[in-house]
Design a protein around this ligand. Sequence first.
Ligand SMILES: [Zn+2]
Length: 113
Amino acid sequence: MSYETDTIYHVVCDGCGKGYEPRPYDDGRWFVDQAEADQEAIYDGWTVTGNKTIRHWCPNCCKADKDGELQPTKEALAAYRRRRAEARENKVAAKDPAKAVEMRLNRLMKKGS
Ligand SMILES: [Zn+2]
């Protein structure tokens, strides 16, 4: 007996970080196919944006624009950018903690202005 490794996908909101939860009568929240994962989430009110970098937005983090297209809210976009910046800072912190602190301070000061 041996093992095989496979990849499965779970959609997570780029705004609030919440994971996709399917309707109770559906199979599950893990998919062997990214497109199927996206499709199920979209069916439940999520939206997917981007071409090169795909982003997912839960129903709480998107709203319809004037054309009826779901778009991420300003708050969701801000949360996404903050998390990305924090991830970059944490990566830098592993090698250069002082530089990471400087990056974080610059970011927070810019936000306050
Ligand atoms: Zn969300």
